[in-house]
Design a protein around this ligand. Structure first.
Ligand code: THU
Length: 131
């Protein structure tokens, strides 16, 4: 699957975003080494802090379906003029399972940037930190 195809999968998730408060839909698509793709959207809540980002929705779907290794890339699609970079909590959650992950951050017009997760979360705290 190409980066562009993964980005397209992320954009298709906007239709499922539950965003009555921010009105800012985000979609995500996580590519695993076996070719499986786990998608996600943001799901907001009246208690704002309980909101779950699109990336973590995709991550939780992958882990809860038995896929917790071999993650290649995650595409994140926002609708704004700026690239949709993952929030701190999502960076941390992704680092747990895939410190070498590629992150593709797209903006509303479809343009995107690709950066390694390690660049977004330098000196990250992960499972190895507990050894
Ligand atoms: N959001 C995501 O889903 N992923 C990101 O990378 C950034 C922010 C969501 C959370 C909230 O529903 C809305 O975007 C505005 O912050």
């Amino acid at each position: 699957m190409t980066d562009q195809e993964l980005i397209a999968r992320a954009f298709t998730m906007h239709q499922y975003s539950y965003v009555p408060y921010s009105h800012f839909p985000v979609g995500a698509a996580l590519l695993c080494s076996n070719g499986r793709v786990f998608t996600g959207c943001n799901v907001e809540n009246a208690a704002y802090g309980s909101t779950v980002c699109a990336e973590r929705t995709a991550l939780l779907k992958a882990v809860s379906e038995g896929c917790r290794a071999g993650w290649q890339a995650i595409a994140i699609a926002g609708q704004g003029a700026d690239y949709c970079w993952p929030c701190g909590a999502c960076r941390q959650m992704l680092y747990e399972f895939a410190p070498g992950l590629r992150v593709l951050a797209a903006r509303g017009d479809g343009d995107f940037q690709a950066v390694p997760l390690a660049e977004l979360l330098p000196h990250g705290f992960g499972p190895k930190s507990l050894e």
